[in-house]
Design a protein around this ligand. Structure first.
Ligand code: CA
Length: 225
C-alpha cells in the first residue's frame, strides 16, 4: 500500500484531502506541524509527502530542506497558498518534486501524485546528498554545483564521502588518511591539508573563509554541510 504523509495545518483541508486520498486507496498519515512532520518522515517510511508551506513549527521550506540535507529522497509535492513564482522556484530548488497551488481540485492533485510516484518508480534509487548548492551523487561518483559538474579527483571524492558520512563530527587527519587513502598508508599530515584546500577551492562559495570544511585547531577537520 502506498503511504502518504500529509502535512497540512488547516483542519478543513486536511480532513478533505485525507478522505479523498483514502478513497483513492492510499494510506494517509496527517500532521499539521512542521517539526512533527520532520520526525515522522525521519522515523517512518513514506512513498510521498504532501507538504503545506505555512505551518506552525518549521515551515514547509525548512522541512523540505532538512529532509534533503539528511539524504531523504522521498518525493515531495508542495501545497503552496499563493501563486507566487518565487515561492515555487525556491521550493523546487530545495528539492521538492512538484507543487500545486491552492485552491486546487482533488483531481489535479491526484494527477500530480500519480505523476510523481511514476517518476520515482522509474528512477534508479541512486543515493545522493545535497548541501548548499552542491549535489553529491554516490551512484555515479559525481558532484554538481548548481547543476554544473565539479571536477573532483577520485581521492577528493573519497575524502568528501568520508566527510559526509561523519558530518558534524571532527575527523583527525589520521582518520581522513584511512578513509581516503586507505588503512596503514603513512603520509605527511600536510597531504591531507593540501587536499582539503583543493576541496574547498572546488566546493566552498568562498574558499578563503570556509563554511563547510572547517579546521578544528589541534584536532582535525569537521564537515558542516
Ligand atoms: Ca498552512
Amino acid at each position: 500500500m502506498i503511504r502518504i504523509l500529509l502535512v497540512e495545518d488547516e483542519v478543513g483541508i486536511a480532513f478533505a484531502l485525507e478522505a479523498d486520498l483514502q478513497t483513492e486507496g492510499y494510506e494517509v498519515k496527517v500532521t499539521g506541524n512542521g517539526d512533527e512532520a520532520l520526525r515522522f518522515a525521519r522515523t517512518e517510511s513514506f512513498d510521498l509527502i504532501l507538504l503545506d508551506m505555512m505551518l506552525p513549527g518549521r515551515d514547509g521550506f525548512e522541512v523540505c530542506r532538512e529532509l534533503r540535507r539528511g539524504g531523504s529522497r522521498t518525493p515531495i509535492i508542495l501545497l503552496t497558498a499563493k501563486a507566487q513564482e518565487a515561492e515555487k522556484v525556491m521550493g523546487l530548488e530545495l528539492g521538492a518534486d512538484d507543487y500545486v497551488t491552492k485552491p486546487f481540485s482533488p483531481r489535479e492533485l491526484r494527477a500530480r501524485i500519480k505523476a510523481v510516484l511514476r517518476r520515482g518508480a522509474q528512477e534508479a534509487p541512486a543515493e545522493t546528498y545535497r548541501f548548499d548548492d552542491t549535489e553529491v551523487d554516490f551512484g555515479r561518483c559525481e558532484v554538481r554545483r548548481a547543476g554544473t559538474p565539479v571536477d573532483l579527483s577520485a581521492l577528493e571524492f573519497r575524502l568528501l564521502t568520508a566527510f559526509i558520512r561523519s558530518r558534524g563530527r571532527v575527523l583527525s587527519r589520521d582518520q581522513l588518511l584511512d578513509a581516503a587513502w586507505g588503512q596503514g598508508v603513512s603520509l605527511n599530515d600536510r597531504v591531507v591539508d593540501n587536499h582539503i584546500v583543493a576541496l574547498r577551492r572546488k566546493i566552498e562559495p568562498d574558499p578563503g573563509r570556509p563554511r563547510f570544511f572547517l579546521n578544528i585547531r589541534g584536532m582535525g577537520y569537521r564537515f558542516d554541510g
